[in-house]
Design a protein around this ligand. Sequence first.
Ligand SMILES: C[S@@+](CC[C@H](N)C(=O)[O-])C[C@H]1O[C@@H](n2cnc3c(N)ncnc32)[C@H](O)[C@@H]1O
Length: 196
Amino acid sequence: MYERLAPLFALAETGPVLDLVESFPDRRSIRLEIGSGNGDLASSFARSHPDVGLIAVDVHRPGIARLLADIDAFGLGNLRVVEGDALVFLDRLPDASIDEVWAFFPDPWPKNAQSHRRLVTSERMARIARVLKSGGSLRLATDVAAYAQQMRGVLAADPNFVRVEDERPTWRIETHFEREGRERGRAAVDLRAIRR
Ligand SMILES: C[S@@+](CC[C@H](N)C(=O)[O-])C[C@H]1O[C@@H](n2cnc3c(N)ncnc32)[C@H](O)[C@@H]1O
């Protein structure tokens, strides 16, 4: 299944800068999901927003395989997947080409020795800001209070973003991952930062 569908619907993690008009003909709004997990949100969003292009990236092959199966089953011409590191894939995106970047529940790396691996750092936010259109949004969610605080601090200090709001989008369904956290008493914080 993966071998049949990936050449049709997956974009390579590395390679030349992409022509997004070619990847998403007739779709003027394009979104990038970093860490799509098991694919719950990407699949639901792509089915309910056929006019919006979505690129879902994860290093975890089973989730990408599930999305490939959904693209095939539901004819989702607006969804493309990348099996790989989103931070590497970013280099394939043109400047100011993406309307929204999402990173919902990025790995929190709670131990001090691993905290440098967190997605939300000043250097990584600058790389994300490069691909966002002016007025576009970076949307984040986490259920780890210390990481939410770090997200707010990094974004507030980042000159590429004009303001940071607490806003959970209506289309952000509760994934299996979020539900498990909620059932253990962890509440999600949603943030939206607007690109200057
Ligand atoms: C905690 S899970 C959350 C998944 C999903 N967003 C959700 O809300 O259910 C974090 C996901 O990020 C993925 N991930 C971590 N680092 C990544 C990277 N550099 N590029 C792409 N995906 C990454 C992991 O494989 C995992 O699927």
